[in-house]
Design a protein around this ligand. Structure first.
Ligand SMILES: C[S@@+](CC[C@H](N)C(=O)[O-])C[C@H]1O[C@@H](n2cnc3c(N)ncnc32)[C@H](O)[C@@H]1O
Length: 218
């Protein structure tokens, strides 16, 4: 990862509070809350701040479900080399590190997500690598790939599924955290665990109450 730009870290600190996501009370993250402008900022305000959509400032329902699953089922990652893809705040990577993963990499192409993850790993006293290069299609040596709420967009869903299916066929374990978004359908997944997470009505059009963990059906 490139060194975090101090002004990015300052922007995050000034526009977030340390908050534990509803499903994962044992982890605190720098997240947007209703008292801060970032929570309601539109495109123009974000542009004035010099940032894009702050996915990293929210703990998405899929990421919360995946983090909860990993903390409750540490064997899924314990002693293994893990990738958190589309990591955002780094919630899933933090859960994997806490659950005893041997080595964790959190990948997100948004440099602000990298800056947020840098703060969030310190806040939780864990370590993981942060990767801002696009890893889709690459052949890393990860044993477990964790995908938290990334199927919100057709373009990204179309890019990740051929890659993830190949990785699955090569014997890697792939777990998706997702509330059942449209682009997740028809990819041959089966549910592993179900949770109830409420997310903000600002970044989502409805509260998501059916966050699930999924895997490729056998
Ligand atoms: C909805 S957020 C989910 C964040 C986190 N996993 C969670 O569940 O809270 C999706 C994230 O995917 C990231 N993303 C989009 N395209 C990506 C790519 N090609 N490689 C890595 N991350 C990507 C975005 O920057 C964003 O942070």
């Amino acid at each position: 990862m490139d060194p975090v730009i101090p002004s990015d870290a300052m922007l995050i600190r000034e526009n977030t509070a340390a908050i534990a996501p509803r499903l994962v009370p044992e982890i605190e993250l720098h997240l947007a809350d209703e008292d801060r402008a970032l929570y309601r900022a539109g495109e123009d305000e974000l542009a004035a701040m010099g940032i894009g959509t702050p996915y990293w400032a929210f703990a998405w329902a899929g990421g919360q479900a995946l983090a909860r699953y990993i903390l409750d089922n540490p064997k899924a990652v314990s002693g293994r080399k893990v990738l958190d893809f589309g990591a955002g705040s780094g919630l899933v990577a933090i859960a994997a590190a806490k659950a005893g993963a041997f080595d964790v990499t959190a990948a997100d192409i948004d440099p602000m997500a990298a800056a947020a993850m840098d703060l969030n790993r310190a806040l939780n006293d864990v370590w993981f690598e942060i990767e801002t290069e696009d890893v889709i299609g690459g052949a890393g040596d990860w044993e477990v790939l964790l995908i938290g709420d990334v199927c919100y967009d057709k373009e990204i869903a179309d890019r990740i599924f051929p890659w993830l299916r190949r990785e699955h066929q090569a014997g890697r374990e792939i777990l998706f955290g997702d509330p059942g978004r449209f682009y997740l359908k028809n990819f041959g997944l089966e549910p592993v665990a179900s949770y109830h997470a409420e997310t903000t009505g600002i970044m989502e059009d409805t509260d998501l109450r059916n966050a699930r963990v999924w895997r490729f059906a056998h």
